[in-house]
Structure formats: structure tokens, C-alpha cells
Design a protein around this ligand. Structure first.
Ligand code: UD1
Ligand code: MG
Length: 454
């Protein structure tokens, strides 16, 4: 019985989110809740995953179609037992079935693996809570064996004192589960088909009911409101920050960093407050990231310094570069080692060669810039004619004077100098000074206009 099916329940309306978006598509750490669950589910290498979604939730299968899971609609929603029943036609008998929840995002592989190791029979994931209000209680006999789960609304006052509660996550033999689900009734306080009623059925048939506890409480926290979502986001970010601190990353304030993806850091990396990392980001040894920088899908090589308020998106940065403050690297930017990109400089779809500098107020788009080039303040590559984009080539050792416009397509030859204030529309020869501004003149005796008298 090594085959595993996973049912992910995600049909709940999420009324308390006060949103038009299905609850399980709200994001935690930049990823939809249900996608966190799908990723943990996938890590168990199951035979089949089936997501049970609700009326109006068509966006869920659309957003998650790349997982190759089955999606079934549950309409109407008659309870958790009824929800799992919708998934059963997709599951083969000689297997086990794991029930997860689309709004319990942070369940971890290790905890689920522990459930798989607990033995045959039925395995429940339970936790002890000081305040168990609202949860189904785990009822045990004097020997400590699980007898049943009783929902809060159906519980006696003594049962309500039980602190061990049902997280909802359980693992059951598929054929047995199928027969138990077929026998569920809805004669209870909520008039629902309770998944939890299968526990008493298992006990009646003499099956062992195992219980496993999650490694962390946050693994079983469910999301019903924006407040719960915000709280769990903070817990998760703190967990990520703690992991990085443990690996030796310096984080100036672990309460003020957001990792919405996967951040890989070398040795002696330092991250100042308020930074956001999205997608896959790699920071090499000794990289320093200044305050309030946003870095998405990027590789930053060793010893590079990123000054505050820099934005880097879909770019590659070499070693020992200086970026910012207030620099912006847009998709397709590649900086070679020792490059400098300073304040209010925007680079897009361009390569900046080794040791080249654009330090002030420039736009470099669709360009190839060679090595040791100096780009003066206010230089603009005019890459767009309103319909098409063109490339600018700036060869090695070029010096571009301040406030130059390079009207693409154009090439500035190796070692050329461009005089400040030029508009360059034709290729310029290597090694020569080219400039295109009018000569300076003085108009002798010129007087400023005076205000006219009324
Ligand atoms: C359920 C458990 C309870 C447990 C608690 C943990 C039952 C009967 N009770 O209670 O023992 O302590 O979870 O949070 O199982 N869902 C569907 N379709 C439905 C009903 C629910 O997909 O018809 C989904 C919901 O979207 C949600 C999950 O199942 O993700 C749990 O449903 P909910 O109504 O919140 O269960 P509780 O009453 O809290
Ligand atoms: Mg309910």
C-alpha cells in the first residue's frame, strides 16, 4: 500500500475574507494558499491529487492547472465528508488517501511523512490547544485509545474540556474510506456530512487510530480572514528569517524582511531593513543589500554592494558591482564585474561591460555597453521610435559626455569620446571626439526683457 492519493479540500466560500477572489487564491509569501498545499502534496510524490473546489471557484483550476492535479467541483457543499466523497472516483483502492486543506497552507513535508510512517489504519494529525474552542475534540478511552471525534457544536460540556483537537488532516486506507464515506449521515448540529465521523466507524471495525502531532503549530493554522492571513504571513516570514540567520546571514531586523520565493545567500551576506525578495534570488558571498530594496528573480555575484531603494528585476549582476541608491535594473539587464550603476539610472535589456559606469540620471535601454565605458550624467538611449525598438552599441573605453542622446540604431566606436549635450544620430568613429551641439556664442550688449508699464 505505498500508493498515495491526496484530496485537497478547497470548496469553502471564504466569506470572512470579504473578497471576490476564491479564498485559496489569496497569497501568503507571494504564493496562493492552495499552491503552498500543492507543493507540500507534490513533495510526497503521490499517485493522484484531487482538488475539491466550490461554486464560483473556477479561477482555482485555471490558476493551478500546471500541477496536473484533478479538479472536481463540490456543489452544493454539504460538509467535509461530502467534500472528500467528490474526490473518491479519482482514487484507486489499493492505496492510502491523505486529506489536506487548501486554506491550511503551511503544512510541511516532514509532518506528513511522519503520518505516513505511523503505521496502517487511520492516522489523525492532532494538536493540543489551551483554547480548543471551535475545533473537533479527540475523544479517547481510559487506555488512551482514540474513540471518535466530536464537533464543538455536538459536544457535551465534559468533551468541550478536551484540549486535544482535530486539525482535519488525516490519512486513511482508500477502500475503507470509500465505504465509511458511503455510510455517513448528517444527523448532527450542523446538518453536515462530517468527515470526522469516520473515526468512530474505524474504531468499530477494530482499526488502530494513530495520532501524530505537527512539528510546529503554524503548520496547521487555517486561514479564514485577512487578519489570520496577515498573522500567518508574519509567522512564516519570521521562520524564513530565522533559518537564514541560523545559516549566518546578517539580517538587520528579522521582523522587517519579506521573502516571497526562494532566497539563497552565500557567506557574510548583509541585508538591511525593509527589503523584499521575490522569485528565485541568489546573493553571492559578502553581498550587501541596502534598505528598502526590491529584488526579484536575480543573481547577484560576490562583493556587490546594493545601496538603498534599488529595484532589480529579472537581471544578472556580476561581482564587485555598485548599484544605487535609487537604481533600477529592469528585465534582461546584465552587469559584468566591477560595473557601477548609480542614482536614478534605469537599465533595461542591456549589457554593461566590466568596469563600466553610469552613475547619474540615465536611461540605458536595448544597449550593449563594452568595458571601461563612462556614461555621463543624463545620458539617454533613444531606443524607441514609437513603433519599434532599436539597439545602441557602445564599444570599449568610450566616454559619453553628460546629457547625450544616442538615437538608436547607433554605434559608438571603441575609445570614442562624445561631447556633452550631443544628439548622436549616426555611428561615431573609434578614437575620435564627436559632438553635435551648436557652437557657443555671446551676443554683445543683449538686454533682458523688461516688464511692460500699464
Ligand atoms: C473541521 C473539522 C474539525 C476540525 C476543524 C479544523 C469536520 C466535520 N470538522 O471543522 O473537527 O477541528 O475542521 O479546522 O470535518 N470544506 C469543503 N466542503 C465542505 C465543507 C468544508 O471543501 O462542504 C472545506 C473548507 O473549505 C475548509 C475545510 O473543508 O477548508 C474545513 O471546513 P470547515 O467548515 O471550516 O470545518 P470546521 O467546521 O472548522
Ligand atoms: Mg464548518
Amino acid at each position: 500500500m505505498n500508493l498515495l492519493n491526496i484530496a485537497i479540500l478547497a470548496a469553502g466560500k471564504g466569506t470572512r475574507m470579504h473578497s471576490d477572489k476564491p479564498k485559496v487564491l489569496h497569497e501568503l509569501a507571494g504564493k496562493p494558499l492552495v499552491q503552498h498545499v500543492l507543493d507540500s502534496a507534490m513533495s510526497l510524490q503521490p499517485t493522484q491529487i484531487c482538488v475539491v473546489y466550490g461554486h464560483g471557484g473556477e479561477a482555482v483550476p485555471q490558476a493551478m492547472q500546471h500541477y496536473g492535479a484533478k479538479f472536481v467541483i463540490q456543489e452544493p457543499q454539504l460538509g467535509t465528508g461530502h467534500a472528500v466523497l467528490q474526490a473518491m472516483p479519482h482514487f484507486v483502492d489499493n492505496s492510502r488517501t491523505l486529506v489536506l486543506y487548501g486554506d491550511v497552507p503551511l503544512i510541511q513535508h516532514n509532518t506528513l511523512h511522519q503520518m505516513q510512517q505511523a503505521g496502517g489504519g487511520l492516522t489523525l494529525l492532532t494538536v493540543r490547544l489551551n483554547n480548543p474552542t471551535g475545533y473537533g475534540r479527540i475523544v479517547r478511552n481510559r487506555q488512551g485509545d482514540v474513540q471518535c471525534i466530536v464537533e464543538e457544536k455536538d459536544a457535551t460540556p465534559e468533551q468541550r474540556n478536551i484540549k486535544e483537537v482535530n486539525t482535519g488532516i488525516m490519512l486513511a486506507p482508500t477502500s475503507k474510506l470509500r465505504s465509511w464515506l458511503g455510510k455517513l449521515g448528517n444527523n448532527n448540529a450542523q446538518g453536515e456530512y462530517y468527515l470526522t465521523d469516520i473515526v468512530a466507524m474505524a474504531v468499530k471495525q477494530g482499526l488502530t487510530v494513530h495520532t501524530v502531532q505537527p512539528a510546529h503549530h503554524w503548520e496547521v493554522e487555517g486561514i479564514n480572514s485577512k487578519v489570520q492571513l496577515a498573522n500567518l504571513e508574519r509567522i512564516w516570514q519570521q521562520t524564513i528569517a530565522n533559518r537564514m540567520l541560523a545559516q549566518g546571514v546578517t539580517i538587520y531586523d528579522p521582523a522587517r524582511i519579506d521573502v516571497r520565493g526562494n532566497l539563497v545567500c552565500g557567506r557574510d551576506v548583509e541585508i538591511d531593513v525593509g527589503c523584499i525578495f521575490e522569485g528565485e534570488v541568489t546573493l553571492g558571498d559578502r553581498v550587501r543589500v541596502g534598505a528598502y530594496s526590491v529584488i526579484s528573480t536575480a543573481t547577484i555575484a560576490q562583493d556587490t554592494q546594493i545601496a538603498p531603494f534599488s529595484h532589480i528585476n529579472d537581471s544578472e549582476v556580476g561581482a564587485n558591482c555598485h548599484i544605487g541608491p535609487y537604481a533600477r535594473l529592469r528585465p534582461g539587464s546584465k552587469l559584468h564585474d566591477d560595473a557601477h550603476v548609480g542614482n536614478f539610472v534605469e537599465i533595461k535589456n542591456s549589457e554593461i561591460g566590466r568596469g563600466s559606469k553610469a552613475n547619474h540620471l540615465s536611461y540605458i535601454g536595448d544597449s550593449t555597453v563594452g568595458s571601461r565605458v563612462n556614461i555621463g550624467a543624463g545620458t539617454i538611449t533613444c531606443n524607441y521610435d514609437g513603433a519599434n525598438k532599436f539597439r545602441t552599441i557602445i564599444e570599449d573605453d568610450v566616454f559619453i559626455g553628460s546629457d547625450t542622446q544616442l538615437v538608436a540604431p547607433v554605434t559608438v566606436g571603441k575609445g570614442a569620446t562624445i561631447g556633452a549635450g550631443s544628439t548622436i544620430t549616426k555611428d561615431t568613429p573609434p578614437g575620435e571626439l564627436t559632438l553635435s551641439r551648436s557652437k557657443q556664442m555671446t551676443i554683445a550688449g543683449w538686454k533682458r526683457p523688461q516688464k511692460g508699464k500699464k
